[in-house]
Design a protein around this ligand. Structure first.
Ligand code: ADP
Ligand code: ASP
Ligand code: MG
Length: 412
């Protein structure tokens, strides 16, 4: 008997009807003779609703209490799905993350999974149960409830699949798989039928929220066969594996992504001396805030400006820290801007091709889109632009690189 982990996202469990539909899909897989662990998200909009409730009380609620609150969303869906399965005549058991020993570190709101003890799940499977596990949550060594960051149910599913040595991890969502760009923004985007972990890692790290990045990291590390597919159709979706044997010829660009969850901070007029980047960014790192892009400009008066981006959720904290640093370092000013987005083009084929960056900048310039920051790596180029250019920028680049009709890895 093979073991399959299926994860259903918020839209897929967004109403009682949809939960019944998920139950039918789970049962169909069961009838094929597989053992099944189902991981579910909260009903769509629920995590946001809970966040808003907390914000009505405080701008910065305690991380611990926020996780106690946010984890309730998934607790609702595990119970409802288990009831739906029972109603349809199949025996199911629901578990919260803590109940199946999803052990995490103690970084509330963005905890990392350290270990999963699969014993309890295995026991239930051996008893013939369909196991339904709450995504997005775990508990730390002291038993405190933690959550894994937005989109974290993907990571629960892949980590479960790795821990239980499942044959496949299927991520059911509201689109047919992974596309060359977000199909909601670029209707012409093309479905990728196969891709490598490496490519998916880049797409996810640059903001494509179809999979949480940590889930792809787990899949790569433990070589979990990962598939992204729709909970509403019967299409085969996108298969993500270590080697893309059928398509070893890599396309130049595999996709265009955007991230609207970043914010930009600038410290202006810092006396230019060795060690300033460390002095500015050290306290930010100490507060567990990840910095993404960094640009430093040296002015003529021997001072420097340093601009960097952080997750929007960390913006207020980072701004406070930066203001303190500015006083200590005698800087002229501190500025913050939340109205930005990062747009990236990704492709492993970029390694061997010059000129992609200039093509990208020209395409944006032709549309009058001003670039505020740039960062490049071997296989991606990212720019920060005003958020009002999000749609235009993504569509422009998708068509500039001919993604609708070239053959890219996984393209049909
Ligand atoms: P779920 O609730 O199932 O976890 P998400 O909203 O987290 O679903 O992720 C699915 C969404 O990801 C899609 O609705 C789509 O708008 C978005 N998305 C962004 N980039 C891509 C991409 N390259 N391919 C497919 N979907 C993408
Ligand atoms: N419910 C959580 C969120 O909205 C986790 C998830 O859906 O993956 O981010
Ligand atoms: Mg998601």
């Amino acid at each position: 008997m093979s073991l399959i982990v299926q994860k259903y996202g918020g839209t897929s469990v967004g109403s009682i009807d949809r939960i019944m539909n998920v139950a039918d899909r789970v049962i169909a897989t069961r009838k094929e003779g597989h053992d099944i662990v189902v991981v579910v998200s909260a009903m769509s909009g629920e995590t946001d609703r809970l966040l808003d409730l907390a914000k009505e009380i405080s701008d910065r609620p305690s991380g611990r209490e926020l996780d106690v609150l946010l984890s309730t969303g998934e607790q609702v869906t595990i119970a409802l799905l288990s009831m739906a399965l029972e109603k349809k005549g199949f025996s199911a058991l629901s578990y919260t993350g803590a109940q199946v020993y999803i052990r995490t570190d103690s970084v509330y709101n963005k905890a990392r999974i350290i270990d999963i003890d699969g014993a309890r799940v295995n026991k239930a499977l051996h008893e013939g149960k369909i196991v339904v596990v709450a995504g997005f949550q775990g508990s730390d060594e002291h038993g405190n409830i933690t959550t894994l960051g937005r989109g974290g149910s993907d990571t629960t599913a892949v980590a479960m699949a790795a821990a239980l040595k499942a044959d496949e991890c299927q991520i059911y969502t509201d689109v047919d798989g992974v596309y060359t760009a977000d199909p909601r923004i670029v209707p012409e985007a093309r479905l990728l039928t196969r891709m490598t972990f490496e490519e998916m890692l880049e797409l996810a790290s640059l903001g494509s929220k179809v999979l949480q990045i940590r889930s792809v990291e787990f899949a790569r590390k433990y070589n979990v066969k990962l598939r992204v597919l729709s909970a509403f159709t019967n299409n085969p979706g996108t298969l993500i594996t270590a080697e893309d044997e059928e398509n070893m010829e890599q396309a130049l660009i595999s996709g265009v992504t955007y991230n609207r969850n970043e914010a930009k901070l600038t410290i202006v007029g810092v006396p230019d001396k060795p060690g300033i980047a460390f002095k500015i960014l050290g306290p930010i790192a100490d507060a567990n805030i990840e910095v993404d892009m960094i640009v430093q400009n040296v002015g003529e008066d021997n001072t420097t400006d340093l601009t960097f981006t952080v997750n929007r959720n960390d913006f207020e904290n980072a701004l406070d820290i930066l203001k303190n640093t500015a006083v200590e370092m005698d800087a002229r000013d501190v500025k913050g801007d939340k109205r930005i987005v990062k747009i990236s083009v990704v492709g492993v084929g970029m390694r061997s091709h010059a000129g992609i960056a200039s093509e990208m900048f020209k395409a944006l310039a032709d549309e009058g889109i001003n670039i505020q920051m740039i960062s490049t790596s071997e296989i991606k180029i990212s720019v920060v632009v005003d958020e009002k250019y999000l749609e235009l920028g993504v569509r422009t680049l998708h068509s500039a690189f001919g993604l609708e009709n070239n053959t890219s890895p996984g393209g049909e």
